[in-house]
Write a protein that binds this ligand. Structure first.
Ligand code: SAM
Length: 220
């Protein structure tokens, strides 16, 4: 199955592993910063595609004793990532699961972290995706969403387009993304503003996007 505006798994994987390095570093560094202060638990990467992010996390000593679930609606994407997991001997640490961000196949209050990069803009009900993320987090758990801004600076968008073109990947569909203010409104609509921060760095490649950071209160 191929979702709107997505390339097949092999093409996506080539793009993700060759052109997304700066964002991998940014996202993984951010997750790492947060996880350092947490007890090991289960982290789900929602819309994981070919599982690039969980593989990077699993290799990091900070995540010793963590377990990872790469979740995606598209089984072909997950299968595209499986050889990498097997080659690195990570099959016991990273589980692959077909599932929907809008109806997460996890119990309430069950996961330490739920993250998702560049998935939000694909979802028809973005508010539901945030309430689902919150639902499955254990008290004290963390939700982290990174996605691209529609209101991105034109020069930065041009740079991103060139980076994609360098690995033969077409320009992004910026019109399907949300603006920083729309991201903040999604959080308000989800009723999560009491425990959520929405930010966007003012400089660097990170300024292409925004971050939604949900901290589920210990006494939720
Ligand atoms: C642009 S890719 C991002 C992949 C990965 N997170 C990354 O940063 O490289 C978006 C992924 O979201 C998945 N996706 C789209 N809708 C979804 C849904 N409702 N539930 C779960 N995954 C979904 C797609 O299949 C695709 O693999």
């Amino acid at each position: 199955m191929l979702l709107k505006n997505l390339r097949p798994a092999d093409e996506y994987d080539r793009f993700a592993s060759q052109a997304l390095e700066p964002w991998d570093v940014l996202f993984v560094t951010r997750i790492r910063q947060i996880a350092r202060d947490m007890q090991p638990g289960v982290l789900v990467d929602i819309g994981t595609a070919t599982v690039v992010v969980p593989v990077r996390l699993a290799a990091d000593p900070v995540f010793k004793d963590w377990r990872f679930i790469g979740l995606d609606l598209d089984a072909d994407m997950l299968e595209g990532g499986r050889p990498r997991i097997e080659a690195l001997g990570l099959s016991d640490v990273i589980e692959l699961k077909v599932g929907d961000a809008l109806d997460l196949p996890f119990a309430d209050n069950s996961l330490a972290m739920a993250v998702g990069r560049a998935t939000l803009h694909h979802l028809p009900d973005k508010v539901k995706s945030l309430t689902e993320m919150y639902r499955v987090l254990q008290p004290g758990g963390i939700g982290l969403v990174h996605d691209m801004r529609r209101d991105v600076a034109p020069a930065l968008l041009e740079k991103f387009t060139q980076m994609r073109a360098a690995v033969g990947y077409p320009p992004t569909h910026v019109e399907e993304k949300v603006t920083l203010e729309e991201a903040r409104q999604l959080v308000r609509d989800a009723g999560l503003e009491h425990c959520t921060a929405v930010t966007s760095p003012g400089f660097g490649l990170g300024a292409l996007g925004f971050e939604i950071l949900i901290k589920k209160p210990l006494l939720a």
